[in-house]
Design a protein around this ligand. Structure first.
Ligand code: B16
Ligand code: MG
Length: 219
């Protein structure tokens, strides 16, 4: 059996923490008198925390001192973590456990590739931390998706060539990062948004073990 490197994004792929980011960003934005709805939240998916706040301030044509900016980032994260700390295994997205155990049974190396600085805490909460041989998160990268850095570091950690890696992503920036890294990109979500992906599935219930076998065996 071939060995491929399977790299998973976290938010929107393994768990849906986007709703918690939404609650926390909305509170912050509204506190500054800036409107914030679910569609606005879509634009922040896969975007780093610092960049997300910059974008919200741009929308509201607001500017803040460096100190206030930092203070709000800390407050947003504390608010977000108050939700994360209530998470459990029930929040793992459908069929993710089946796909992870199929790949494990087939001895395929697996890594996490996420922009989140809270990835380890979230994986611990949902009891998936030990399923990954490498965790590459927002603490380990300097360049945000669509830069391929996060996935290239993950491939190196797994000791698998980028061309033999497969990335599961729910954001367009993440799909672009995977494509630039020379990896097979699999979009999870809306095909209209993720049209640059090699394949798109609504969620993991649509990804069969046969499909995974074909990917593992393709040369
Ligand atoms: P944190 P992913 C991303 O996770 C989220 O999609 C994005 O909305 C968030 O701002 C970013 O992580 C940073 O998260 O504030 O926890 O460091 O999709 O790359 O797993
Ligand atoms: Mg994501």
């Amino acid at each position: 059996m071939h060995r491929r490197g399977f790299i998973f994004d976290l938010d929107g792929v393994i768990v849906d923490t986007a709703k918690y980011h939404y609650f926390a960003w909305k509170k912050l934005a509204n506190g500054l008198g800036i409107g914030f709805n679910e569609e606005d939240n879509e634009h922040l998916k896969g975007v780093s925390r610092v960049r997300s706040l910059e974008i919200i301030l741009e929308w509201g044509k607001a500017s803040l001192s460096k100190e206030k900016f930092q203070e709000l980032l800390v407050a947003k994260n504390e608010d977000y973590l108050s939700y994360v700390n209530q998470m459990n295994e029930d929040e793992i997205l459908p069929d993710v456990p089946r796909v992870l155990s199929f790949l494990k049974r087939n001895k395929q190396p697996m890594a996490l590739g996420s922009a989140s600085k809270n990835a380890t805490s979230i994986l611990k909460r949902v009891r998936l931390l030990n399923e990954f041989q490498a965790i590459v998160d927002g603490n380990k990268v300097t360049k945000a998706k669509p830069d391929p850095e996060v996935f290239l570091i993950a491939a190196e950690a797994l000791r698998i060539e980028p061309k033999d890696c497969i990335v599961f992503e729910d954001s367009l920036a993440g799909i672009q990062a995977a494509n630039t890294a020379g990896m097979l990109s699999i979009g999870i979500g809306d095909a209209a948004i993720l049209s640059e992906a090699d394949y798109v599935f609504k969620d993991f219930t649509e990804i069969s073990n046969d499909f995974l076998t074909t990917i593992i065996q393709s040369s």
